[in-house]
Design a binder for this molecule. Sequence first.
Ligand code: FAD
Length: 332
Amino acid sequence: MNLEDYRGIWVYIEVKDGNVAPVSLELLGAGRMLADKRGTELGGVLIGSGVKPLATTLFAYGADVVYVYDDPIFEHYRTEPYMRALLDCCHKHKPEVLLYGATPTGKDLASAIATDLPTGLTADTTILDIEEDTGLLLASRPAFGGNIMATILCKKYRPQMATVRPKVMKALSPDPARTGRIIEEQIELHEEQMRTKVLEVVRETVKKARIDEADIVVAGGKGMGSKEGFQLIHELADVLGAAVGASRDVVEAGWIDHHHQVGQTGVTVTPKIYFAIGISGAIQHIVGMQNSELIIAINKDPNAPIFQACHYGIVGDALEIVPLLIKRLKEE
Ligand code: FAD
């Protein structure tokens, strides 16, 4: 493999309900920084049905060029046709770096591509950098239970691939004056050759605000004592119009499902206000909420590590304080 043949930083552009997923815009922001440092182009690969109009919107967020595969066969995400299209694009244009959001779709597609191309994949990256001279991608992620950051390198193969956690990178403020090129690609795929079919799409009914999009997250830990005690977290969240978060120990205790888990093996959140109630503040939890604008902790142990990570801390029994807080907020 001649590494010199590979040029450009690419982002796989994920489309969700007809819109570009926020994580793809975040990755264009990170990709722009890498491309400028390396002195190369930033590309997006857009695959879907009826997605071509979205291509032009990506220039404002930093893309120089967008490769588009627009065909009814891509109506719903399926590994096989998407993988075939992205492989086709990689073989034709040879990117030096290819980034995906660490979403269910991004993780699925990236691992499928990594099995076909002679290259590796760094999963769940939280820091990205590049060596300007060599183009070596420095993809860092928490390792050993979040105790160290490991920087993973792919020295001999291209493209260098990474999935990147949503909400960790920042999208650029859109600049409508920026323009770029659209390259329309085609690949011959026949429905009858596909091994999977989408028979029906059943949407999950989410009653509460999505935790990774909410302005306020009220998160509870094992300090709430029991599933019944954890109901106070739901009540406080309702009063504030907030989403409910949880520590892993709460999820493992079965008080709430995994969608609500914040941290290294859960979701990363960056709300305006994050309440950490009865949460000790283990590093694996902190990495998932430390970039929140304002962190308020309630814990009965004055030495709990969460007090090192919060802006305001209340030392006391959450089972007493939270009902008072709810009562006061309801009065307002
Ligand atoms: P505890 O550690 O039991 O802490 C409970 C806290 O509540 C204590 O600080 C206590 O002082 C306080 N408390 C008790 N009673 C009250 C009361 N009445 N009022 C107020 N405060 C009270 N954890 C995550 O959260 N997210 C992750 O993604 C995650 N990933 C992990 C990945 C790996 C590989 C590993 C090894 C661990 C991971 N963990 C994760 C687990 C993490 O290490 C901690 O075990 C977990 O976060 C602890 O949850 P907790 O704070 O709810 O419980």
